[in-house]
Design a protein around this ligand. Structure first.
Ligand code: FAD
Length: 417
């Protein structure tokens, strides 16, 4: 196929769409417009290795510049697509500098933006968020001068930065509104295990605690004000309270949205000339539940990007693999296989104080597992889910028995259920 495909957003999903299009033999023009001034890079290190104290920060580009040139992937950087019109045979995009780009098909991979805290003082110098390389570079400099760091939000990014800041010898407090860590994503045993680990490293936690504002001292952050009336001295605050899908352009195009851009399993949006992939989307639930789900991970961005590329060329995407995710928090390595959302039972597998696995079941079948420092269990669960099987829950509590030896066929579903 020839023509012109325009991809908006130069992150994991946008690049995956472009690379897959070329892999599938697409010969036409291919252009990525990205708002950031740098070629596509990996975000995960930004809250981890990039913030370490020693050595120069290393940026991990997703593909070498020669690769992009060789594959005739045009990159327009430091530009946003501000407006676009589309009909069934194509459309026109307008960049922030007025440049117009005509396209036959359009792919949206606009990612997400950090959720802001709507409290007084949220714009003070020293109150930062983390999404981009520019954010991480700024945070790294701030960490060099900070002594007391407050992290607002006990989710993945908050805890990763907390662990790194602590490793740099800083005084770190995590403030979280709910009563446990990573509550949206993991079950209570994982939350508690991770909290105990970080607390032993010297990180302080205030759970069930709401931030009501930030107070200035000498023109920058001086203290974090809490709903209980207390005030925490701070010279650096990271706000890590989740992300909001970037759907501004999708809204202008009139695409159906439910928080994110609504796509089907083939990354099709409500307009037949437009696909979307990555953090900007919500998609059908992988476990067949009757609701849409946002999956914010590298694995999803890459796989959904591949599906989008197939759809752009009117091909059927290959079946999706088992979703997976990781979060390195200092010495802790948390790995997630499958999607636990919608689980009705868990089985906990504890191996001393070092390793923990939580298996998630729905209607008696394994749907996901979280493992802490247990790659063997993670791989067994991935294999099990990929093969459409389950794990015998009765014997799984015994950490002496290898999980892979407990993989069994799924029980026949009662058609009446
Ligand atoms: C600090 C951090 C750590 C993470 N760690 C992990 C991890 O350990 N494991 C994991 O699985 N996931 C991790 N993630 C999540 C993962 O990085 C994201 O899920 C993934 O990057 C999503 O890719 P994306 O292409 O959808 O969006 P993005 O990577 O956000 O790319 C979207 C791009 O589109 C651009 N854009 C938006 N609107 C426009 C426009 N109108 N015109 C032009 N460009 C536009 C944005 O500027 C951005 O560059 C982490 C994320 C962050 C921020």
């Amino acid at each position: 196929m020839t023509g012109h495909i325009l991809i908006v957003g130069g992150g994991e999903a946008g690049l995956s769409i472009a690379v897959t299009l070329r892999d599938l033999g697409y010969e036409g023009e291919l252009c990525i417009v990205g708002a950031e001034p740098v070629p596509p890079y990996q975000r995960p290190p930004l809250s981890k290795e990039f913030l370490y104290a020693h050595g120069e920060p290393v940026t991990a580009e997703l593909r070498a510049p020669e690769f992009l040139t060789d594959h005739r992937i045009d990159l327009i950087l430091d530009r946003t697509v501000d407006a676009a019109t589309v009909n069934d045979s194509g459309g026109l995009a307008v960049l922030d500098d007025g440049t117009e780009i005509a396209f036959d098909r359009l792919a949206l991979a606009t990612g997400s933006e950090p959720r802001r805290l709507g409290v007084p003082g949220a714009d003070l110098p020293g109150v930062v968020s983390l999404r981009t390389l520019a954010d991480a570079t700024h945070l790294r400099t701030e960490l060099e001068h900070a002594r007391r760091v407050v992290i607002v939000g006990g989710g993945f990014i908050g805890l990763e930065v907390a662990a790194t800041a602590r490793k740099r010898g800083l005084d770190v407090t995590v403030v979280e509104t709910t009563d446990r860590l990573m509550a949206r994503a993991v079950a209570e045993p994982i939350s508690t295990f991770v909290l105990d680990h970080h607390a032993a490293e010297g990180i302080r936690f205030l759970l069930g605690t709401e931030v009501t504002g930030f107070a200035a001292r000498n023109g920058r952050i001086g203290a974090v004000q809490l709903a209980n009336g207390e005030s925490l001295p701070a010279d650096l605050v990271l706000v890590g309270v989740g992300a909001v899908p970037a759907t501004g352009l999708a809204e202008k195009l009139g695409l159906v949205r439910e928080r994110g851009i609504v796509v089907d399993a083939h990354a099709r949006t409500s307009h037949r000339a437009v696909v979307a992939a990555g953090d900007c989307t919500v998609q059908p639930h992988p476990n067949g539940l009757d609701r849409l789900i946002a999956i914010e991970s590298v694995n999803n961005a890459v796989e959904q990007g591949r599906a989008a590329a197939h759809t752009l060329l009117d091909r059927t995407p290959p079946p999706r693999g088992v979703p997976w995710f990781w979060s390195n928090q200092g010495a802790l390595k948390l790995q997630i296989a499958g999607i636990s959302d919608g689980y009705d039972d868990i089985v906990v597998r504890r191996d001393g104080v070092e390793r923990l696995t939580v298996l998630y079941y729905r209607s008696g079948n394994l749907v996901a597992a979280d493992t802490v420092d247990n790659p063997r269990d993670h791989l067994a669960v991935k294999r099990c889910l990929a093969d459409g099987k389950t794990i015998d829950p009765v014997n799984a509590t015994n950490p002496g028995v290898a999980l892979k030896s407990l993989i069994i066929p799924r029980p026949e579903m009662d058609p009446a259920q």
